[in-house]
Design a protein around this ligand. Sequence first.
Ligand code: C5P
Length: 214
Amino acid sequence: MIIAIDGPAGSGKSTIAKLIAEELGLVYLDTGAMYRLVTLKVLNDGILGNLDKIIKMLDDLRIDIKQNGFYLDDTNVSEEIRKPVVSENVSDIAAIREVREKMVDLQRKFSESKNVILDGRDIGTVVFPNADVKIFLIADAKERANRRYKELVAKGENVKIEKIYENILKRDKIDSTRKESPLKKANDAIEVDTTSKNIEEVKNEILYIIKQKK
Ligand code: C5P
């Protein structure tokens, strides 16, 4: 079984996907984290803006998704990939066709013969157009910025909510207007607006949708 959860940054995808995975005994794949890993590698190698070098780097990119976190070159970088510098650059890296081809390939391989819930931007449209259930999560941009702000502050990051709001709007724009696999609702996806709902309400709504589809 494949469940696809797409939507913009901060709409609640990863929180909800994790809870549903636990509840239904599914494997969870955070595809945004994969684009963040590539972005971190680009930043570490100092090759931002150098398309040729980025494409070449993909040949020996070593990323791993383990139970206890996200690995780049055998190092657990789960914290680093959430840093503002990664968020500021990830949408430009994710817009590169070769990066997407490699990530989509890994996502399909990872999901082979498993019951999986994946969250991202293009899961229901490109990665798994035949997914059993497709959800498109949305929320007001101010509310999404507020959620990200609280998450980062809880981690001890020194951030300004205005900056996060700007980053969310910028990522929405790049993600939904890019040529390669733009963020958009699949025709057969069910839209869920999480703006004024708590996590429990959204979880129950999605569990209900999944039950109806089974
Ligand atoms: O989900 P998250 O906000 O961590 O994703 C980071 C970025 O990765 C997104 O803003 C988007 O540019 C990119 N992404 C993507 N396709 C996916 C998942 C994420 O392009 N399936």
